[in-house]
Design a protein around this ligand. Sequence first.
Ligand code: VTB
Ligand code: MG
Ligand code: MG
Length: 329
Amino acid sequence: MADIDLSAMDRVLTLELVRVTERAAVAAAMMRGRGDEKAADQAAVDAMRNELNRLSIRGRVVIGEGERDEAPMLFIGEEVGNGDGPEVDIALDPLEGTTICAKNLPNSLAVIAITHRNGLLNAPDVYMDKLAIGPGFPEDFIELDMPPAEIVRRIAKEKDVRAHELTACILDRPRHQKLIEAVRETGVAIRLIGDGDVAGIIHTTDPETTGIDFYIGSGGAPEGVLAAAALRCMGGQIWGRLTLDTDEKRSRAERMGISEPRKIYSKEDMASGDVLFAATGVTDGNLLQGVSFRRGVAMTHTIVTRSHTGTQRWVRAKHIVEDKFEFID
Ligand code: VTB
Ligand code: MG
Ligand code: MG
């Protein structure tokens, strides 16, 4: 492999990633609206793993479906790829928003991010406090620990708008009650989402289309790493801090190499190097359309992007379903 130009390899790999998320999305989409989160998730996991193992990489799952004993497939530490190619680390979520998919509500995704070995934060499956905003703002002009009113004031000033012209995306959870009150107080419109904060954060990169200006609140740490990878490629800023509020969580994090439990991570801290990112819509969403099935064909909509160049490719694919995908009926 030594004589192969790695950057050329990455270029090929970028497009190859599309197949991986497409395949997971189609499998999950066949289970849309059936009220069975587990089955939808399992279908996506199986499909993603099959496709991932065809890639010319020596891949290692860093952010995956869980620890080895709780996740039979795509567990943290699992080696994937055909074993022939660059050594890479992988963050994935074959179905981000299992409940959304089971209810056939907007913005469930199949997502993956790849970078060089040791380029991803080994985040334990705990909560992470997150603040994210799209491109076009000064670096660090807002901070994770600022009162919401101050965050809103600064964003409104930078955008030269009034607070009521801004929209924040927040996960609809009882733990966010105070946060929601504080943001409402400012006049900002809140879009409460049931799940799917990877999509919520990606939506900040294109407020004109999505209507989302910033994301705030606590969600899964693995999802934080995936969202950071997306923003490395698509622009924007994210700040995240792990919620390590018990001894058990702190020692679990320590075993995963985290020595500063209160550290605020930037997107580069969570995903460094030349990051490749792909997401395919499972259910219809604000940026990505969901999979649609017609007689004999499946249509998919994917974004694939790379931090090195920042190129965003929006790929609409028409798949002849027979032979390619397994039907469930
Ligand atoms: C979020 C959301 C995910 O988990 O990270 C959330 O993006 C956080 O956990 O889609 P809680 O549900 O406990 O709040 C999901 O909802 C599911 O992975
Ligand atoms: Mg998952
Ligand atoms: Mg998830």
